[in-house]
Design a protein around this ligand. Structure first.
Ligand SMILES: Nc1ncnc2c1ncn2[C@@H]1O[C@H](COP(=O)(O)OP(=O)(O)OP(=O)(O)O)[C@@H](O)[C@H]1O
Length: 282
């Protein structure tokens, strides 16, 4: 068995009422233990791509799909959404839309109930998933009494309790303050410990560069770049063309090199930038 979590081959998709394809010949592979960040301008097709990975598109949201999506080596065109949801968890932008129960433990039990998980096992998983997102001890509280960051972590815990091996988050931090954003990214980082795969759509390039192993840049339905943060975020001209930001440190080093005719290695995190800057002078 390979370590392949997701493989997308020649994926093209068009909604019934759009004139153009919104995804055009997309190809990429993601392995277990890797975190993928998807970035791109508004309307690039990021959410549509995410929904192709759990079968919502085209099985629930209809349209014409060509090409193939494999999740754990199974072609999802030949798998029901219910079956895929056992493997692929989805966290949406606004956590309150995903929360419906009176207490936090009921909230986490809810999704597992739909999967037919036995009661004893549910109790274990509630405990474990709350530990994973740092919400232990909150079992009896109302989800509404949580902060935005905590609600988003609860939404993640509810999905994690269903034990998907792939977690997709569509702009999970856009409503959160910096502390809440860090909390969500810390959970994302934890997924790797469990050899899970995470896919996050976000505009937070600094955090994406720090936490993700692979970056996919999508524009007008096409993959413009795919690779490590270093491979992707150092393509400053491409990012500028697409009106996307590189991490600030990368932009700084790029500008510094141009202005002073230097060759400092373009780094994507502050730690690497310090090393790069240091070695310019030594
Ligand atoms: N259900 C739908 N029916 C028709 N067109 C749609 C539908 N959903 C999205 N679109 C269109 O498909 C294109 C891609 O939308 P999508 O939401 O996937 O982009 P996105 O990159 O996630 O954008 P954003 O960053 O603004 O969320 C857009 O032109 C959008 O208007």
């Amino acid at each position: 068995m390979t370590n392949e979590a997701v493989r997308v081959e020649n994926l093209t998709f068009q909604y019934p009422d759009t004139e153009e394809e919104v995804l055009k010949n997309i190809n990429f592979t993601l392995h277990f233990g890797e975190i993928l960040g998807i970035v791109g301008p508004t309307g690039a097709g990021k959410s549509t791509l995410a929904m192709c990975l759990n079968g919502l598109v085209p099985q629930v949201i209809e349209g014409e799909l060509r090409g193939d999506v494999f999740v754990k080596e199974k072609n999802i065109n030949e798998t029901s959404v219910a079956e895929i949801s056992e493997h692929v968890g989805f966290v949406f932008q606004e956590p309150e839309n995903q929360l419906s129960q009176m207490t936090i433990e009921e909230e986490i039990a809810f999704g597992m109930g739909n999967l037919g998980v036995a009661r004893e096992e549910m109790i274990n998983r509630i405990k474990e998933s709350l530990e994973q997102v740092g919400l232990s001890g909150f079992e009896k509280r109302s989800p509404l009494a949580l902060s935005g960051g905590q609600q988003q972590r609860l939404a993640i815990a509810s999905v994690m309790a269903m034990r998907p091996s792939i977690m997709i988050m569509d702009e999970p931090t856009s409503m959160l303050d910096p502390k809440g954003k860090n909390e969500v990214y810390d959970v994302l980082q934890n997924l790797k410990e469990f050899n899970m795969t995470g896919i996050i759509i976000d505009h937070e390039v600094e955090r994406i560069a720090t936490y993700c192993d692979k970056i996919l840049v999508l524009d007008e339905g096409q993959v413009k770049a795919f690779g490590s943060p270093e491979e992707v975020f150092t393509q400053i001209e491409l990012l500028q063309q697409l009106q996307l930001n590189a991490p600030q440190v990368t932009g700084f080093l790029y500008q510094y090199n141009r202005q002073f005719n230097r060759r400092a290695k373009l780094a994507t995190t502050v730690g690497e930038a310090v090393t790069s800057f240091e070695s310019e002078y030594n």
